[in-house]
Design a protein around this ligand. Structure first.
Ligand SMILES: [Zn+2]
Length: 171
């Protein structure tokens, strides 16, 4: 991946977008062994006794994305009269999602950094593949009916996708 973007590790003071809204990571030391993470309007508050809670932050964002996309794909399944037996989140570099037509969806966990309309588009795209396992005109027409703003979302991902790959990387 050729990129001009600088890595943004999950560290105190780092700014990361969560569903497109900038949040500052605030690491608040505490003595309990459990790490508690709270998402506020402008921050990700991490109460932890760990020196490096970046894996906890990643786990938090994973489950946030999982919870957020669940009603999206469930809604599309109902519309399309299709069922999905598994949804997995991966750390993929070159694709935002994939679909096995028998009912398995995969999404890149870094979608959690993208605006909600973009997440909506990627979920709609993969769900449309449950019906059309290709990128034919029929596929795009279906995808367009499922997603809120397909054309602008595709353009946004082309322009900003690399940036989403840089969060949480320590180099
Ligand atoms: Zn596709």
């Amino acid at each position: 991946m050729a990129n001009m973007e600088k890595p943004v590790p999950f560290a105190d003071g780092a700014k990361i977008p969560v569903f497109g809204i900038p949040r500052t990571i605030k690491i608040i030391p505490h003595t309990s062994r459990t790490t508690d993470i709270t998402l506020t309007d402008d921050a990700l508050e991490v109460r932890t006794s760990r020196a490096d809670p970046s894996s906890n932050i990643r786990d938090f964002l994973f489950s946030l994305l999982r919870r957020t996309i669940e009603p999206m794909w469930k809604g599309h399944c109902a519309t399309l009269n299709k069922s999905v037996y598994q949804v997995v989140l991966r750390d993929t570099r070159c694709r935002w999602g994939s679909c096995v037509p028998a009912g398995k969806l995969m999404f890149c966990w870094r979608l959690v950094f993208a605006p909600m309309v973009i997440v909506d588009y990627v979920v709609a795209h993969e769900c449309a593949h449950l019906v059309q396992m290709n990128h034919s005109k029929k596929f795009w027409d279906l995808c367009d009916t499922l997603s809120i703003d397909m054309e602008n979302s595709r353009a946004w991902l082309n322009a900003n996708g690399d940036k989403l790959m840089m969060y949480g990387l320590a180099r």
